[in-house]
Design a protein around this ligand. Sequence first.
Ligand SMILES: COC(=O)N1C[C@@H]2C[C@@H]3O[C@]2(Cc2nccnc23)C1
Length: 130
Amino acid sequence: YAREEHTLRELRIFLREVCAKLARNRLFFMFTKPVDVEEAPDYYDIIEKPMDLESMMTRIDQHHYVCAKDFLDDIDLICRNALEYNPDRDQADKLIRHRACFLRDTAYALIKAEMDTDFEDRCQAISADR
Ligand SMILES: COC(=O)N1C[C@@H]2C[C@@H]3O[C@]2(Cc2nccnc23)C1
């Protein structure tokens, strides 16, 4: 069991680095904090499950993620929310949709490049066990 806790601690350290790297990229600034209701008054009527990178950093520390797939599920949520709330053909909506897809693809590529598959397999085995 102590070995499992060591594995999950290592996962949290890895996910903090990935999350920080994404949050540092100024292309993703609109995804770093919750959408400001002053700027988009209807946002929280339309988007059921808001998500952002700062909230994800908190969820890491709350031991919410037991494998990289859980983390990527929240990245997918950030992306889906942006596509749903910004569907129009105008430039502003097109830009945020493009950036949301770029955030998603960058996160997947970072994790694929930096994470051993057997490490993720061990994390998913722990996740299944809980
Ligand atoms: C993940 O970020 C979003 O989905 N956003 C951020 C944009 C800023 C703010 O809210 C958005 C759309 C919008 N349109 C007009 C004025 N202000 C805004 C939706």
